[in-house]
Design a protein around this ligand. Structure first.
Ligand SMILES: Nc1ncnc2c1ncn2[C@@H]1O[C@H](COP(=O)(O)OP(=O)(O)OP(=O)(O)O)[C@@H](O)[C@H]1O
Ligand SMILES: [Mg+2]
Length: 242
């Protein structure tokens, strides 16, 4: 059976000011594909995600989701931004924040299944014990897990995560990537945690103004080692920054 295309990016250019931050990006992401995005600081990764989320509008080119222009696409996309500024004065509990991910337009009350789903996800991410804590009473990494739980509980069709494990310890990173691996949906994750991330990933994409698609990360795994060979990426990318 032919794979269904989830996201199609064609001749995409973007600039905030006079200089292009992204140039001639072409990319097709298939339904249920798990994509890792890597690249240097300032390379345009977060900008690319914001374009996918229609938080920014392309300067040139187009983005389609399931054959519909992104600007008209109404399907649920779960998103975890890179930098989250909490208003720590708001006395809102962990459970409340996560449950908000279940709110849809026109829905005013939570059902029993919403609470059950919340419990399940909090347990999965090992933060159930903080359920009734205020968000201001958590560490940075714990807060990040809460937001990940919020993105997951909405049961999105596409999940977009911008450095989800940036302030999470190694054990927590592994837990999160294990969970992501099992999720049966289209996933796009920006990360610098190359070794932990690449297990289960279908393709690795490098963005530094331009895009480089690494077709098959499995090819470069050494038997039994279970992680991506970073040297190989560097080899592939030689000359890319010129
Ligand atoms: N709102 C903005 N206005 C102007 N320039 C911006 C804005 N946001 C980002 N930039 C610039 O666009 C470029 C790409 O930034 P972006 O945040 O997409 O990079 P990134 O690959 O996500 O980097 P990092 O790994 O540090 O998160 C950078 O040069 C940055 O300075
Ligand atoms: Mg970024």
């Amino acid at each position: 059976m032919k794979k269904q295309i989830a996201i199609e990016v064609k001749n995409l250019f973007f600039k905030y000011e006079s200089e292009y931050v992204l140039e001639d990006i072409n990319l097709t992401i298939y339904d249920k594909e798990y994509i890792a995005i890597i690249g240097p600081n300032g390379g345009g990764k977060s900008t690319f995600l914001k374009l996918l989320l229609t938080l920014l509008t392309p300067t040139k080119g187009e983005i389609k989701f399931y054959n519909t222009l992104a600007s008209n696409f109404k399907v649920n996309i779960g998103y975890l931004p890179q930098n989250i500024n909490f208003n720590l004065d708001i006395p809102i509990s962990v459970e409340d924040i996560v449950l908000q991910g279940r709110l849809k337009r026109g829905k005013l009350f939570y059902k029993k299944e919403d609470f059950l789903k919340c419990e399940e996800i909090l347990k999965k991410l090992n933060i159930y014990e903080f359920k009734n804590r205020k968000i201001s009473e958590l560490s940075g990494g714990q807060r990040q897990k809460v937001l990940l739980a919020r993105a997951l509980i909405s049961e999105p069709k596409i999940l977009i995560l911008d450095e989800p494990t940036a302030s999470i310890d190694i054990k927590g990173q592994k837990e999160i990537y294990e969970i992501l691996k099992e999720l049966d949906l289209t996933k796009i994750v920006v990360s610098h945690d190359i070794k932990t991330l690449f297990e289960g990933v279908d393709r690795v994409i490098y963005i530094n103004k331009k895009i480089y698609v690494h077709q098959n990360p499995k090819l470069s795994m050494k038997p039994g080692e279970g992680h991506f060979c970073e040297m190989e990426i560097l080899d592939y990318l030689k000359g890319f920054n010129d």
